[in-house]
Design a protein around this ligand. Structure first.
Ligand code: GLY
Length: 354
């Protein structure tokens, strides 16, 4: 499989969806699903452009936020598609961030046993991560992403210009995953972000960073499409991030903020357990700080994070598998780390009492 054959990255690409449908030999009938915010910001324009190009469009908006990533919302969308007579060849267009991409991807995967999915991601995180690689899912009360599938999009149409409407705090949070990608794979990109940190919203910069990140993600997905081994490297910073999100509740930190704190922890562990140079860890932390990301947590106790990691450990069958960096631009999964090191690092990451 070559994932890049199914990905288009170009400024303005979201205005040319009718050509994408024609090129993919899809029928001139499409179902556009977004949340209410994105439908207003971009959906109405996109529906108008598709209609103008002769595509018959049905559109539907779901409430914004993680709570829409549910079996109940998926059921509503399936019922809507069935009532409106959506057929097996009709493309479903998922227009939005990670929540809509995952939800609508899951809806497309199961409706009529699978209909063509077009991902049009509208956040930096969705453009570089969730719209690439075919993971689609909804949440259960017992946890996030517990029901899902691997269902690659027929096309991911990535338009960096859509990022212009993102609130700055959201863009900054999503930059954590760009820095993460640089730490894992790409020392040149790391330097590029260091040089460009004062112009994070610059459209040409975003196009360059999105393109590089997507190429790296596509490469690892092609190596490990079903997430059975090397793809775990994408979880750099995520072991501590997931514990923070579990203990503090989703929403206490934006995902990227939790990842930034987790990356600081992963680098500190890497210095002690994977020979990462202290100077490289300091460079990573300085870059995250300059981007505007948090360095410490205050909303949890280190012991609670440790306990959350132990529960996580069980579902991975034994011991925590850490992703550690050996240098900037080179990380690897599957490391076992002395628990005493992890506990020390969790204490160091805790913000000093005011
Ligand atoms: N977001 C991690 C992955 O796609 O594997």
């Amino acid at each position: 499989m070559d994932s890049m054959d199914h990905i288009q990255i170009e400024r303005g690409a979201s205005g040319r969806l009718a050509q994408v449908l024609a090129r993919e030999e899809l029928p001139p009938r499409a179902w556009v699903i977004a949340d209410t915010t994105v439908m207003q910001l971009h959906g109405q324009r996109i529906v108008g452009e598709l209609t103008h190009a002769g595509v018959a469009v049905g559109s539907r908006a779901v409430p914004p936020g993680e709570s829409s990533k549910s079996v109940a919302t998926a059921h509503d969308l399936w019922a809507w598609l069935a009532e409106r007579g959506a057929e097996r060849g009709d493309p479903i267009i998922a227009l939005g961030g990670g929540v809509v991409g995952d939800l609508v991807g899951f809806v497309a995967a199961a409706y009529l046993r699978g209909v063509p999915l077009i991902q049009v991601p509208t956040t930096l995180l969705a453009q570089i991560d969730s719209s690439v690689g075919g993971k689609v899912a909804v949440d259960l009360a017992a946890g996030k992403n517990l029901v899902g599938a691997f269902y690659p999009a027929r096309q991911s149409v990535i338009d960096p210009d859509l990022l212009a409407t993102l609130p700055r705090e959201q863009l900054v949070a999503d930059y954590a995953e760009v820095v993460k990608t640089a730490m894992i794979f790409d020392a040149d990109m790391f330097e590029l972000i260091e040089r460009s940190v004062d112009s994070l919203h610059d459209p040409a910069l975003l196009e360059e960073l999105v393109t590089r990140c997507v190429r790296w993600k596509a490469r690892i997905v092609d190596e490990d499409p079903h997430d059975r081994g090397p793809r775990a490297v994408l979880n750099y910073g995520h072991t501590i991030a997931h514990a923070l999100e579990t203990v503090c509740g989703y929403g206490a930190y934006r995902h990227g903020e939790a990842v930034a704190i987790g990356m600081r922890g992963a680098a500190a562990i890497s210095v002690r357990a994977a020979a990462l140079a202290e100077s490289d860890a300091k460079r990573q932390d300085a870059l995250l700080r300059r981007v505007g990301l948090p360095q410490t947590y205050a909303k949890a106790a280190p012991d609670d994070l440790w306990q959350a990691m132990q529960r996580d450990k069980k579902v991975r069958g034994g011991r925590i598998q850490w992703v550690l960096a050996g240098r900037i631009g080179a990380a690897s999964p599957g490391h076992h780390v002395d628990p005493a090191i992890v506990r020390d690092v969790l204490h160091e990451l805790r913000a000093p009492a005011a």
